[in-house]
Write a protein that binds this ligand. Structure first.
Ligand SMILES: NC(=O)C1=CN([C@@H]2O[C@H](COP(=O)(O)OP(=O)(O)OC[C@H]3O[C@@H](n4cnc5c(N)ncnc54)[C@H](OP(=O)(O)O)[C@@H]3O)[C@@H](O)[C@H]2O)C=CC1
Ligand SMILES: O=C(O)[C@@H]1CCC=N1
Length: 269
């Protein structure tokens, strides 16, 4: 694969997580990363200083020299940007990470035969630990697949899905880190309420999650793992009972549905 010039449209949290991951693990495949936004020049300056990326508020002049264009900006802005991008493209791979967007919109608004892909990563991309869902358009050939695999491998693990699955699983892999962090915040608050310092509370909760995730990742079934913690007639059962009485299962399923519905809605705004 030739060294890649990647033009990133969007300079927010997800853009940074992705190019930080790439620069950490795939530098040998990267010729240049150009990062663009519309207005926040101090953010661009910060990114340039920290990562040595090229920055611009006028991305149009960088499209022709780019091999891949990565859209990491809000779904609501995609239609306008895709229309503006279209006349500048000459067969470059176009990838979006935006929630709710889908392959259809990319193929409809970009020139015929443009290779496109939709990736749903999460912020752990920045430390090479994302689980990214992805799906490819009909014109993605072996060369573009190699580039996509390089990008995906640079930010963690990946699973190829249908377009419908990326829509349905956005909540599970893209957004659920926020659900987990909300859970962590509550546990840290509880620990601190018993007089533990914030630093200790963080350490206790982070290691508990890390160890639990490691057991899950080793292939154990979550119901069995839960059972292993729940001594019959013991303490954990009392806590789980409160969670169920307060509707934990329904709440989680509703949160997933609301997330996916909002993603679809934003993409059509
Ligand atoms: N954060 C996450 O965990 C995840 C996010 N995503 C997706 O990533 C995308 C970005 O999310 P996130 O990083 O959180 O958002 P942020 O708000 O952090 O960043 C959005 C960025 O897009 C820029 N931007 C907006 N419009 C344009 C435009 N027309 N041209 C160029 N740049 C533009 C903004 O800068 P300015 O206003 O200066 O132009 C800003 O830098 C979204 O589509 C989201 O669905 C996907 C998976 C996970
Ligand atoms: O909150 C959002 O819209 C994005 C999509 C997935 C994670 N963050």
């Amino acid at each position: 694969m030739s060294k890649q010039r990647i033009l990133v449209l969007g300079a927010g949290r997800m853009a940074e997580a992705i190019f930080a991951g790439l620069l950490r693990t795939q530098r040998e495949y990267i010729e240049e990363i150009v990062v663009a936004n519309r207005s926040d020049k101090s953010r661009l300056h910060e990114l340039q200083e920290q990562y040595g990326v090229t920055v611009t508020t006028d991305w149009r002049e960088h499209v022709r020299s780019a091999d891949t264009v990565l859209l990491a900006m809000p779904p609501q802005n995609h239609r306008d940007v895709l229309r503006e991008l279209a006349p500048h493209l000459q067969g470059q791979l176009v990838v979006t990470v935006a929630a709710g967007i889908g392959i259809g919109l990319l193929e409809d608004l970009l020139p015929a035969r443009t290779p496109v892909a939709w990736v749903m990563p999460n912020t752990a991309a920045g430390i090479g630990e994302s689980i990214s869902l992805y799906t490819c358009g009909q014109h993605v050939g072996p060369e573009q697949r190699d580039v996509l695999q390089m990008i995906l491998a640079g930010i963690g693990e990946a699973a190829e899905c249908t377009e419908q699955q990326v829509h349905d699983l956005t909540a599970i892999t893209g957004s659920a880190p926020a659900f987990l962090y909300a859970f962590a915040e509550e546990l840290e608050a509880a620990a601190q309420s018993y007089g533990v310092t914030p630093a200790t509370a963080r350490k206790l909760v982070a290691q508990m999650i890390y160890g639990s995730a490691a057991m899950l990742r080793a292939g154990s079934d979550p119901a069995e793992l839960r059972d292993g913690v729940t001594t019959p007639g013991g303490a954990t059962a009392a806590g789980l009972r409160v969670m169920e009485e307060r509707g934990f299962s329904d709440m989680m399923q509703d949160a997933v549905r609301a997330t996916n519905a909002r993603a679809r809605y934003m993409a059509n705004e």
